[in-house]
Design a protein around this ligand. Structure first.
Ligand code: ADP
Ligand code: ZN
Ligand code: ZN
Length: 736
C-alpha cells in the first residue's frame, strides 16, 4: 500500500521559488505527464506556473499533504528531453533553485498561466485599407482608435495580441470590430520567422576557411568543440555561414549566438541573403509576445537558423545540427544576476547532449578557451590573414609623457588625422567612457563629486547639464558651486566621448562627425542609422565607446586611435589586462578592412607597459600566452576554479556576518578548497547597500563542485541569510 489512489499520480514540479527543491502534486489521471510540461499549481497563498520534472514519482511528503495541481497548461511538453537535461545540468552546476532555472529558461509570456493557443502569439497589423483611412473616422470608438494608433506606430510587423492586451487589457472586442471593418488584419502566427532574402553573391572560401569548414563538418552528427581563432576580418562569419548551410541541407537547425551589441542588421541581412533558410531572432529588444512566438517557432522546428543573444541558448531545438558562439570572449554571454550562467559554457553542454559540433569564434579568444585548447579539450582552427586581400593594421604607441597636448589630442594624432581626412578616408576614435568627463573636481578644496549611494564618482554630462552615476543611475543637476566649499571653480577631469566630440568640433570645423555611445543611441533605430551613415562614408570622424569596437565593418576607416588605454592598465581585477587587450585588438580591427592599409595609434603615458609593448610588437596570441603564464604562477582562473558568494545589505555588518557564517559552514565540510574572506567588495557601496564577498578557490573543479553541493543548502538555511541579499556566482567574471 503506497497510499496512492488508483485514479491519480504524483508529479514532481519545478516551481519558481528561492526554495532549493522541487515540489510534489497529485494529478487526477492515470496517464503519466511528460516532463517539460507546464502546470499551474497552488503555492503558498497563490498559484505558480511550474514545469513537470518527473511523473509517477513516490511522494516525498505524506500523501495526505499533497495538493492537486490546478491545471495542465500544455498538450505537448514545452521542454524536450534535451532541454530538460540542460535544465538539470544548469541547476546542478550553478547550484541554483531548479524552479528558478526553469523559469529563466522560459520566455516571459510563457511563465504566465496561459495555455499555448492563448499566449498571444497571433499578431495584428493594419490592412491596406487601414493604412489609407484617416484615424479621425474612429473618433467615436476611442478604444478602436487607440488600437489603430498603436498598430500604425508598429508598422508592418504589427503587434501581438499579448502586446495589445498589455497596453489595453480586454481589447479583444475592439480588435474584432477593427477586423470586421477591414482596417486590421490577422497576421500569420509566426511573425517571428523571417523568410530568406534574395541571395547575395558569395565569396569563394580561401584555403584556411575551407579547411576550417571541412574539419568541423567532418564531425557532423557528433560532439566536437572547435575554436575558430581568426584575426579581425579573416572571414569567420563566412565560415559560420558555410557550416550552417551544410547543416540546413541535412534538414537540421543551427543555433547562432552573438553578443548583446553584436546582433546588428548586418548580421541578420547576411544570414538571410546567404542561406536559403527561415530565420528566428531572439533578443531582449523583442516585445514579450513576439519573443514567445519566436521561441515557440524555434521549438517547433520552423526556424532553421536561430539567431540570438545570451538567453537564446535555452531555446529547445527539435533537430539541432550545429551551435556557434560568435565573439566567444564577450562578457555579455555571462548573466550577471539571478541565474549567473555563461551561455558560452552552456553551449558546450548543449552540444554534448545533442551530439553536435560547437564552434567558438573570436579574434581574441578568452584565456579559458585558450587553456581548453592547450588541455586538448577544444580543437583550434586558425585564420591568420584577412580575407579578400586586406592586410592587418600596424599598431603604434604615441608616448604622450611631457608632450604638449591640444586638449586630449597629441600633435602626432592630430597630424595623422589631418592626413587621413585629406585622403578622403575615415577616422575612428575610441574612448571607453560616455559623458563629458568621468569626474568633477573642485579646484579650490579638491573635493570630487561622488554618488551618495555608491562608492563611485559622478560623471559629468554637459549637454544635459547633469551629473550621473553610471552604477545606480542617480542624477543631479550639474552644480555651479562646490557642494563642500561653495567655490565656483569646478573642473571636469578626464575624458569622455562628449568632451572629445567638443574638442574635435573645434579642431575640424565643418567636418562631418558622429558620436556613437549609449547616450546618443537611446532612440530605437538611431544606432542603425548612425552605423549606416558611417559605412557609407558620410561620417568622416567617428567617436565611440565599446559599441563601436566589435563586429562592425566600416570600409573607409583607415585610422583608429585609442585615447585612454591607460585607464585599463592598473585595475585591481586580474582580468583587466585580458579585457583591455581584447578591446584594443577589437578596436584596432576596425582599421583598414578593405584594400587600403590601416593604422592604429594608442596614446599612452605608459609606452613601456608590457601589455602595450606586447600588443604593438606581436599579436593577441603572444599576449595571451604571457598572460596564461602569469595566471598559472598566481593560481588564478583558468588554472583553477572559483566560486564567489556575494552578500549585500543596508548595513555592512549584516553582509559580513552572513558571509562569516557561510564560511564556517564551508570550513566544516573539511574540503581542500581555499576559502578567502569575507572581505568588502571592490565597490563596497552600491545603490545604498553594503557589499561583501567570500571567495572559494580550488585547483579542481570537481572538488569545488562537491563542496558547493555539500554546503549550499545549509548556507541558504542560515539565520543570517534572511537579513541579506546573497548569491552564489560559479565561474565569476566580474568580481567588482
Ligand atoms: P570576421 O567575421 O572574421 O570579422 P567576415 O566574415 O565578416 O570576417 O569577413 C570580413 C570581410 O571579408 C567581409 O566583407 C567578407 O564578406 C569578406 N570575406 C570573407 N571571406 C572572404 C573570401 N573568402 N573572399 C573574399 N572576401 C571574403
Ligand atoms: Zn570645493
Ligand atoms: Zn550610484
Amino acid at each position: 500500500m503506497s497510499g496512492k489512489q488508483h485514479n491519480s499520480i504524483v508529479v514532481r514540479v519545478a516551481v519558481p521559488t528561492p526554495l532549493r527543491r522541487a515540489f510534489d502534486y497529485s494529478v487526477a489521471t492515470t496517464q503519466p505527464i511528460t516532463p517539460g510540461t507546464r502546470v499551474r499549481v497552488p503555492f503558498g497563498r497563490g498559484h505558480h506556473v511550474g514545469v513537470v520534472l518527473a511523473s509517477g514519482v513516490t511522494p516525498s511528503i505524506a500523501p495526505a499533504r499533497i495538493k492537486p495541481i490546478t491545471e495542465i497548461l500544455d498538450d505537448q511538453p514545452l521542454f524536450d528531453a534535451a532541454t530538460m537535461a540542460l535544465l538539470h545540468w544548469t541547476a546542478r552546476y550553478y547550484h541554483h533553485p531548479v524552479g528558478e532555472v526553469a523559469q529563466t529558461m522560459l520566455p516571459v509570456s510563457l511563465r504566465r498561466a496561459k495555455a499555448l493557443g492563448a499566449t498571444g502569439n497571433t499578431a495584428y497589423a493594419l490592412s491596406n485599407e487601414g493604412l489609407a483611412v484617416d484615424a479621425a473616422t474612429l473618433s467615436r470608438a476611442p478604444r478602436q482608435a487607440r488600437i489603430y494608433t498603436k498598430l500604425l506606430e508598429a508598422g508592418a510587423t504589427g503587434l501581438t495580441r499579448a502586446d495589445l492586451e498589455a497596453r489595453d487589457p480586454g481589447c479583444g472586442g475592439a480588435i474584432r470590430a477593427l477586423i470586421q471593418k477591414g482596417l486590421v488584419q490577422k497576421k500569420s502566427h509566426e511573425i517571428a520567422v523571417l523568410p530568406p532574402l534574395p541571395t547575395a553573391a558569395l565569396p569563394a572560401l580561401n584555403d584556411a576557411q575551407q579547411t576550417a569548414v571541412d574539419t568541423i563538418d567532418a564531425k557532423h552528427g557528433q560532439f566536437g568543440a572547435f575554436v575558430l581563432d581568426g584575426v579581425t576580418g579573416s572571414g569567420k562569419t563566412e565560415v559560420y555561414l558555410a557550416l550552417a548551410e551544410r547543416a540546413i541541407n541535412r534538414g537540421l537547425q543551427v543555433l547562432l549566438l552573438v553578443p548583446e551589441i553584436g546582433l546588428t542588421p548586418q548580421i541578420i541581412a547576411r544570414v538571410r541573403q546567404r542561406l536559403t533558410a527561415t530565420l528566428v531572432l531572439l533578443h531582449s529588444g523583442l516585445a514579450d509576445g513576439a519573443r514567445a512566438s519566436a521561441w515557440l517557432a524555434a521549438a517547433k522546428g520552423s526556424g532553421q537558423v536561430v539567431l540570438g543573444t545570451r538567453s537564446a541558448i535555452f531555446t529547445p531545438l527539435p533537430r539541432p545540427g550545429l551551435i556557434i558562439v560568435d565573439e566567444e570572449h564577450d562578457l555579455s554571454y555571462k548573466q550577471q544576476d539571478g541565474l549567473r550562467y555563461s551561455a558560452r559554457d552552456l553551449a558546450l553542454v548543449r552540444a554534448k547532449v545533442a551530439a553536435v559540433p560547437v564552434v567558438l569564434g573570436s579574434a581574441t579568444p578568452s584565456l579559458e578557451t585558450l587553456w581548453n585548447i592547450r588541455q586538448g579539450r577544444f580543437n583550434a582552427l586558425k585564420l591568420t590573414a584577412r580575407a579578400g586581400g586586406a592586410s592587418l593594421p600596424t599598431v603604434e604607441l604615441i608616448d604622450i609623457r611631457t608632450r604638449l597636448m591640444d586638449g586630449h589630442l597629441s600633435p602626432a594624432l592630430l597630424d595623422a588625422m589631418h592626413t587621413t581626412l585629406k585622403a578622403g578616408q575615415q577616422v575612428l576614435l575610441f574612448v571607453n567612457r560616455r559623458g563629458f568627463a568621468p569626474a568633477l573636481l573642485c579646484h579650490e578644496c579638491g573635493e570630487v563629486c561622488e554618488c551618495s549611494r555608491c562608492d563611485a564618482k559622478l560623471v559629468v554630462h554637459r549637454a544635459s547639464q547633469r551629473l550621473r552615476c553610471h552604477h545606480c543611475g542617480l542624477e543631479r543637476l550639474l552644480p555651479k558651486h562646490c557642494p563642500h566649499c561653495d567655490s565656483a571653480h569646478l573642473r571636469p577631469v578626464g575624458l569622455g566621448t562628449e568632451r572629445l566630440e567638443d574638442e574635435l568640433i573645434n579642431h575640424f570645423p565643418g567636418t562631418n562627425l558622429a558620436r556613437i555611445d549609449r547616450d546618443t543611441t537611446r532612440r530605437r533605430g538611431q544606432l542603425e542609422a548612425s552605423l549606416e551613415e558611417a559605412r557609407r562614408g558620410c561620417t568622416k570622424i567617428l567617436i565611440g565607446t565599446q559599441m563601436l569596437a566589435k563586429g562592425h565593418h566600416f570600409p573607409g576607416v583607415t585610422l583608429v586611435a585609442i585615447l585612454d588605454a591607460d585607464s585599463g592598465l592598473f585595475s585591481a581585477d586580474f582580468r583587466a589586462s585580458e579585457r583591455l587587450a581584447q578591446l584594443i585588438v577589437q578596436v584596432a580591427g576596425r582599421a583598414g578592412r578593405t584594400k587600403r592599409p590601416g593604422r592604429v595609434l594608442i596614446q599612452t603615458h605608459q609606452p613601456h607597459h608590457p601589455l602595450l609593448v606586447a600588443l604593438r610588437a606581436g599579436t593577441y596570441a603572444d599576449f595571451a600566452a604571457a598572460a596564461l603564464t602569469e595566471r598559472e604562477a598566481a593560481m588564478l582562473p583558468p588554472l583553477n576554479a572559483l566560486g564567489l558568494i556575494r552578500a549585500e545589505a543596508p548595513k555592512a555588518d549584516l553582509a559580513m556576518d552572513f558571509l562569516t557564517a557561510a564560511k564556517a559552514v564551508a570550513q566544516a565540510a573539511a574540503s581542500t578548497v581555499s576559502i578567502l574572506g569575507p572581505v568588502p567588495a571592490p565597490m563596497e557601496r552600491r545603490q545604498g547597500r553594503f557589499r561583501a564577498q567570500l571567495l572559494l578557490q580550488s585547483n579542481s573543479r570537481p572538488v569545488l563542485q562537491r563542496l558547493l553541493t555539500t554546503c549550499i543548502d545549509n548556507i541558504a538555511a542560515l539565520r543570517e541569510a534572511r537579513k541579506v541579499r546573497w548569491s552564489l556566482d560559479v565561474d565569476p567574471q566580474d568580481m567588482s
